[in-house]
Design a protein around this ligand. Sequence first.
Ligand code: GLA
Length: 730
Amino acid sequence: MAISIDKNNTLFKIDTAQSSYILKIMPDGLVAHVYYGSWVDSADVSYLLRFVSRSFSGNPEGHFLDKAYSQDTLPQELGTYGVGDYRPDSLRIQLPNGAQACNFYYRSHRVFQGKPPLEGLPATYGEDAQTLALTLWDKVSQVECTLFYSVIAGYDAIIRSMQVKNGSDDTVYLNRALSCSMDFDHSDFDLITLRGRWGGERQLVRNPLHPGIQSVESTRGTSSHHYNPFLCLCDHQATETTGDCYGFSLVYSGNFLGQVEQTQLSNTRLVLGIHDSGFSWQLAPGDTFTAPEVVMVFSDQGLGHLSHTYHGLYRQHLCRGPYRDTPRPVLLNNWEATYFDFTREKILSLATKARDVGVELLVLDDGWFGKRNDDTSSLGDWVVNEEKLSGSLGALTADINALGLKMGLWFEPEMVSEDSDLYRAHPDWCLQIPGRYKQTSRCQLVLDFSRREVQDAIYDQLCAVLDGANIEYVKWDMNRHLTDVWSATLPANQQGEVAHRYVLGVYSLLDRLLNRYPHILWEGCSGGGGRFDPGMLYYTPQIWTSDNTDAIDRLTIQEGTSLVYPPSTMSAHVSACPNHQTHRSTPLETRGAVAFTGSFGYELDLGALSPEELDTIAQQIARYKHLRHLFATGVYHRLRSPQSGKDAAWCYVSQGKQQVHFTYIQIHKVANSPLVRVRLQGLDEGLQYKDEATGAIYSGRVLHCIGLCIPVLQGDAQAYTVVLQATTKR
Ligand code: GLA
């Protein structure tokens, strides 16, 4: 049993194979957090709760003389606002009298098989799961709060979420409702976060925790290029293979806040959930609010095991649809080949060349609809531009299909251009604040997806296009952030709900489309990787990792992304050189080796390449097809970090450890350079592996302990790859 409870119903223990999580109902009913870390064989570790009287730490009801018992210092499962817990709180409830304090005490609990879905929200799923639901109660507000803890068999992860129910006869407001709160009795941690910018998303940032609050957050309406909804606390000495690491990953795509405080007493409090900035949610009597879930992963074997747990869980228990378990088609996207400037002839010529080199899917990107020939118009008018396509989309798709390729299409459903029929007909359908200038970004406005009629109108338009042609892939883009967040249909006291309702609207529309077109491969995108989060992965099993396709810049982007997200979810393309974002030139082989890390494709004008280059691409694609099952399902090991600026290395090991793909990239060449040797990870030490190219044989143990010697490579941005095949089976 993953969840066990002592006979007095006070100690709750949640176990995974290698971790334990223990909480305790205190005699007064407050819920204390006792322990989270390596698996222990006993729940009876409450000696960890040490009570010392501290000045300026108040005492709750029933503890007038018990000065050592304080919510200021007690590690808690739910820290709330206004009752003497001054660390970052998870819950603030405003009552009719204006007070925002709340205080929750144990009321009941339930343990059951399975993991319930979260209404309207993306969530991990698994049949072999168990859940603890702990219901707490605030007697003054009469609000009930249920904390859920789920485990899915086979994963060192505990999944938390929270539901708040108004049990009173008055309307109350949630002014802060974060999903997860976690206390540690020390602060000897490094904090790892993923920070970035457009074109440089999810760079791994690691710093020792310091006194005070450190945070990651987005108030941009999406999870953003700038911060990812993920935090990791790890030992200062933790490496890829050693040390304790705790990951916290929020399954949500909108505004979020993650805070970590190293407290006055050198404890740690971490909270993560929907950002409270601008947030307020009305709860009428009987109403329930569901906060998105946080997937907590513990590893006592370093960051590698942490990533592997997230990869397995997100690939098999978050992503859905037929492409969850199927390698993705090799695609050619026309964006960097043509931008807006294409004709039917050009697309067909690209498709023919693509077919010749082995591409399986042609993606027609921006510019096929309305009057869109640049980024100033037509978003919201999802009507095929038959003049530009010299005929219907159905006919073009039939021609592409006749070449043996699948057809894919770009949409940006959440947006509207002022120069569009949709905007002219419904100027109030975009987010805007009366009396204020509506800020444009990339010349466009954001549709008010909190409104069902707006979602419906876009749904109908998208269905009309998807019903008219054999579209088997959709790229769902989102090319600006939210401003002027206000909705024309909500009353003043509910305007604090718009940002979250917007996200729920996006999820709802995606759900409807996924149900109607279950065969389509959906790819998420937001100006590259501006919405690369677990929430979107529930709908789109792959996401365009970055608009920056430069092979060298991609190394750190893909490294950071791989900390949480499975390689199969990272879309990675070979593009032209000089690169359109950095103007750097890198060898075609290197671009291919780096893009092999993810769901693979091309984004360049094949017509502008030499026969030799086309030949190289054909070989690259054949090789990818040969290995893609390994890339899609194998275990990904980071071996050398590109953050050194010198080199990078990683390998994939198949689930049965029979096949290995190793990649080394020399970023920067120096004269008279030292010789390099890289040790591998994840192999079976008892097996013999053969280098497919040279025939050399190594034992798994030799590859772990000694590794592969890298030949001397000349020049910057050079790639060296090795495929190893086990010569025997275990
Ligand atoms: C965004 C995407 C690109 C491309 C353009 C089209 O920037 O990230 O890949 O689709 O939009 O306008």
